[in-house]
Design a protein around this ligand. Structure first.
Ligand code: DQQ
Length: 489
């Protein structure tokens, strides 16, 4: 049975029990998607890091699989199997991860078979034993590997005394690696670049099937100006992206931004068999440890997102199309004009919804014009989470000041930015019990954790302050778990 409580999500991936952090080893192999994740199987707090595993045919419904990696090799990974990736080595599923022991980080392999259930750690481990000179022995982790030309490339996150950097390695066989230098340097001091990733933004429809390596190498060299570099940065925990060129073993950024300014960290991209770039990220808890222990689980994954570039070279982020299959009962939302104040919506009353609405600025001079969507709202309005959109300023904010009666949860406001626009902004807002995941026109996204305490905090209200809301629709969304216990109504 699933560890539960009223805040367990119905359609986001969460571990069956205990702790989850970063997604690892994302791959589609013979049609099936695999998700591995940083996992403490004994407690819902970070520690004793294993790799948990789940599989899916549609990126929505997940089947729990046996633990893939255990920290069991002295001088290699006995203190933890930290983050990494999966590749298809000519039909052999292969995990590349960071082993931790004695406060040292080393890059390691695990070789699988077609069941994805037996993972052997070869005696060549670790495949990269020491970092290059100047790089901290512990801040040297999170390998991300892809096929490039006739071999393999790998980036590893690193910190030196004065900067953080993304290190590049090359190999012909995944076992012997040659250090090629820093592909990218971020010169802010005291930052650690965790979970680096570099992918070609090939664009949709390029793929014709094939494995991850093949689809990545196909777009390789075709578009050397269109690469995406990702980094999860300590200690601010900002998830940065850069769009730029990758040539001659250097990445040159052209544009940058924050991928998701909410409770979101350590995302990993992969190229699936259709050629899409799919991103999965960890959504952290914003409740105190005793509440996590009481629930018996901690951490979940944001909805899988498709990343692409628009005509102007800007990054687009949208939930994968499969997410539309969760839609059940559909309701129209009333249009709310700038003078209408607050409109309370009678139906649906649900904690698992998708709400889509278009917000238009109206000409009110210098005042900012905003529209607010209130979700997880109690009938008396004492509990509610407010999603505020300001097209003119280019912001979407999740106001959690009244999200929960529980004083022990985090309630600070979170804001994502996009380029201000005079055009209407379409907001897609996914509510899943303790998750509010908002997309503004595919140009900004924000995932926030909220913990309503009341069973009747299931309502919706719309209010405007100088803006108007039209074209609204709400769907109740299905649960993806067979043994999912609905919370008491
Ligand atoms: N989490 C892993 C590390 C990574 C960090 C440890 C990012 O490999 O740097 O659980 O959240």
């Amino acid at each position: 049975a699933l560890a539960g409580g009223p805040h367990r999500p119905a359609y986001h991936f969460a571990p069956p029990t205990n702790w989850l952090n970063d997604p690892n080893g994302l791959i589609q192999f013979d049609g099936t998607y695999h998700l591995f994740y940083q996992h403490n199987p004994a407690e819902p707090v970070w520690g004793d890091i294993h790799w948990g595993h789940a599989r899916s045919e549609d990126l929505l419904h997940w089947t729990d699989e046996p633990i893939a990696l255990e920290p069991d090799s002295p001088n290699v990974d006995a203190d933890g199997c930290f983050s990494g990736c999966a590749v298809d080595d000519d039909g052999v599923p292969t995990l590349v991860y960071t082993g931790i022991d004695d406060d040292r980080a080393r890059q390691c392999l695990a070789i699988g078979d077609e069941t994805f259930r037996r993972w052997e750690k070869p005696s060549v481990n670790p495949v990269v034993e020491t970092p290059p000179p100047g790089v901290d022995r512990f801040d040297f982790r999170d390998p991300f590997v892809w096929r490039e030309g006739d071999g393999w490339s790998m980036v590893v996150g690193a910190a030196t005394e004065s900067d953080s950097r993304v290190l590049l390695y090359r190999s012909s066989d995944l076992r012997e690696w040659e250090y090629r230098g820093a592909v990218f340097v971020d010169d802010r001091p005291d930052v650690m670049w965790e979970c680096p990733a570099l992918v070609a933004l090939g664009g949709r429809g390029r793929g014709r099937g094939g494995d991850q390596g093949r689809s990545q190498s196909r777009s390789w060299n075709q578009n050397r100006d269109q690469y995406l570099m990702l980094g999860s940065l300590l200690p601010t925990r900002a998830v940065r992206y850069y769009v730029g060129s990758y040539a001659d073993e250097r990445f040159e950024p052209r544009r940058e931004g924050i991928l998701d300014a909410g409770d979101f960290y350590a995302p990993q991209p992969f190229v699936d068999e259709s050629g899409r770039i799919v991103l999965v990220g960890w959504v952290e808890e914003a409740r105190a440890e005793p509440a996590q222990r009481a629930a018996g689980w901690s951490g979940l994954m944001a909805l899988p997102r498709e990343l692409s570039l628009d005509e102007d070279g800007r990054l687009r982020t949208a939930p994968v199309d499969e997410v539309r299959r969760l839609r059940e009962l559909e309701y129209e939302l009333p249009a709310v004009g700038p003078e209408d104040g607050t409109v309370f919506v009678d139906q649906p009353r649900s904690e698992t919804i998708e709400l889509v609405a278009t917000v238009s600025e109206t000409d009110t001079g210098t005042e900012p014009s905003t529209a607010s969507l209130s979700v997880l709202r109690s009938p008396d309005g004492l509990e509610e989470t407010v999603v505020r959109v300001d097209p003119d300023r280019g912001t979407v904010t999740v106001d959690r000041s009244r999200s929960s009666d529980d004083p022990a949860v985090e309630t600070h406001e979170q804001t994502a930015h996009f380029e201000p626009t005079a055009d209407p902004v379409t907001v897609r807002c996914f509510v899943d019990r303790s998750v509010v995941e908002v997309y503004a026109d595919e140009r900004a996204c924000l995932t926030s954790r909220v913990y309503p305490t009341r069973a009747d905090s299931t309502g919706i209200a719309i209010s405007t302050d100088g803006a108007s809301v039209d074209d609204g629709t709400v769907w109740e969304l299905a649960s993806v778990w067979d043994d999912f216990a609905p919370s008491p109504a």
